[in-house]
Ligand binder design. Structure first.
Ligand code: SF4
Length: 501
């Protein structure tokens, strides 16, 4: 069957003639099974039935690097546990002796490289992610030090002995599980909570009651429904996203913009800081910072090469800062914290886009990030690096496209192209550190995003087969099929081949 015949069959079949798959087929366009010799793979795409209820405030979180799932979430978890313990009855606190933090799965396998131990200690000592000074995290590296703190009126001594590097293989429902315990002098648990770190700095615990948040006025769970919403309401993407954010958080427009502006500033500041720093990055192997070198050498290059190299240097600047424990933004994770800022920096300093366009771009990126989180995952431990750098690239592509005037269809296409060409990417950080391949990978994510935005804005959108929902579903399926050692364990791929006997 040549392409002309194929398209004819596809066109007829899209009208409802001869779909052979089972289940409720997708509303969005796709290639009908009948178009293929033999009837296709025997199953077909079905739209997921989820609902996007997470606010952008939770997607774009600010905190110390290097990892959202292994550093930021454990810090937030320990902070939550501290606050919960502080509210326990006085007689329980009177019997309390110490804390235990049991790390399971990839938290145990690669937590040392990700500073998980320091993050747990910081949270127990009352640090908050957005304000945690990197110098505090540095001070917490001392394994012999003991840090006094008072919780609920009771004095505790916090030390590295709190952290238990527990089983890598376990039966908890999430790979990244952290069991926090308050124990008495005999080691018996007085209070215990089973926490999960599902990626992107999010956390939850077993038996957690539903969050008390508002209901978004625009109900959607996938891109097809969002497209329909936009058509039915006549509202643009940024308006729909803004209204939902206001509803979920119960705040006004000014509050939402304040958060988006803070995120934009943290991203741009991260590029500036990273470009100003040289020397070695922390970690057991010598890893030289190179953002500044790349940026300086870009000056002597021609226009095209110079631009590409500058974009790489922006992404690497933030990623190196993240590896060094500087503040960064989960977009969608800290491992992928350099991808979006590279294009934010381009929009702000090279294209000189107005603030309004930058905010609209952030709202478009947020839509893509939330859809990926809702219908797949943004955790390397669950779906590999496609969920981190891949999603970051898709978010950055949507941001760049929408901020520079693309309509909803071209914005979706930009995200689709960027994500599609990260499918299958494994997560194999060398030694469990967010260094190799993570830092350079952010540069490639940013460049692919820029390219995807260009292609999407130049293409005739209707002639493109793929859509975002289908590629997100493919990411989930691919991620589930990845062997566990290629999901943030650091025990396969580059994590092995980079190590000499
Ligand atoms: S390889 Fe990718 S997913 Fe894995 S830690 Fe690095 S950035 Fe994150």
């Amino acid at each position: 069957m040549d392409r002309r015949d194929f398209l004819k069959v596809a066109a007829f079949s899209t009208l409802g003639l001869g779909l052979t798959c089972t289940g409720t087929p997708a509303l969005a366009r796709g290639i009908p099974a009948k178009a293929f010799p033999g009837g296709g793979p025997g199953r077909c795409f079905v739209l997921p039935k989820n609902q996007v209820v997470v606010p952008l405030l939770d997607l774009f979180k600010i905190g110390p690097g290097p990892s959202s799932s292994h550093t930021l979430a454990p810090l937030r978890i320990a902070s939550n546990f501290r606050e919960t313990v502080a509210a326990l009855p006085k007689d329980v606190l009177a019997r309390a002796e110490r804390f235990e933090a049991h790390l399971y799965g990839s938290l145990s396998a690669t937590g040392r490289g990700h500073r998980t131990d320091r993050a747990v200690l910081a949270g127990l000592l009352g640090q908050k992610p957005e304000t945690c000074d990197p110098k505090v995290m540095d001070a917490l590296a001392d394994e012999k030090a003991v840090f006094p703190t008072v919780i609920g009126g009771k004095a505790f001594r916090i030390a590295h002995s709190v952290v238990v590097w527990d089983a890598v293989e376990h039966s908890y429902p999430f790979s990244n599980t952290l069991v926090m315990r308050l124990v008495d002098a005999k080691g018996a648990a007085l209070f215990e909570r089973e926490y999960y770190s599902p990626g992107g700095g999010f956390f939850a615990w077993k038996g957690q009651p539903p969050a008390k948040r508002g209901t978004p006025r625009h109900v959607f769970g996938n891109m097809a429904e969002f497209r329909k919403l936009a058509k039915d309401t006549g509202k643009p993407l940024h308006q729909l996203m803004l209204e939902n954010e206001m509803d979920i958080l119960g705040v006004g427009e000014a509050e939402v913009f304040k958060h988006l502006d803070m995120v934009l500033k943290t991203m741009a500041d991260g590029v500036d800081l990273g470009l100003s720093e040289t020397g070695l990055l922390p970690g057991p192997f010598e890893m030289h910072r190179k953002a500044r070198v790349l940026f300086d050498k870009a000056r002597a290059m021609g226009e095209a090469d110079g631009f590409m190299q500058r974009v790489s240097s922006y992404a690497i600047a933030v990623s190196e800062g993240n590896a060094a424990g500087r503040l960064a933004v989960t977009a969608p994770t800290l491992g992928s914290a350099g991808t979006m800022p590279a294009l934010v920096y381009v929009m702000q300093n090279e294209l000189k886009l107005p603030r309004d366009a930058m905010r609209k771009g952030m709202l478009a990126a947020g839509l893509v990030g939330l859809l990926c989180k809702t219908n797949a995952s943004v955790a390397g431990a669950e779906v590999g690096c496609q969920g981190e750098i891949g999603v970051a690239s898709a978010m950055a592509a949507a941001m760049m496209a929408y901020a520079t005037g693309a309509d909803l269809a071209a914005t979706e296409l930009a995200a689709t192209i960027a994500l599609e060409h990260h499918l299958g990417m494994s997560c194999d950080p060398v030694g469990g550190f967010v260094l190799i391949p993570c830092i350079e990978r952010n540069a490639f994510g940013a460049l692919k995003a820029y390219n995807a935005a260009l292609m999407a804005k130049s293409e005739i959108v209707e002639q493109h087969w793929e859509d975002l929902d289908r590629v997100v579903a493919a990411m989930l399926e691919t991620g589930k099929a990845l062997p566990p050692q290629f999901r943030e364990m650091g025990t396969a791929g580059l994590g092995v081949t980079m190590v000499d006997c």
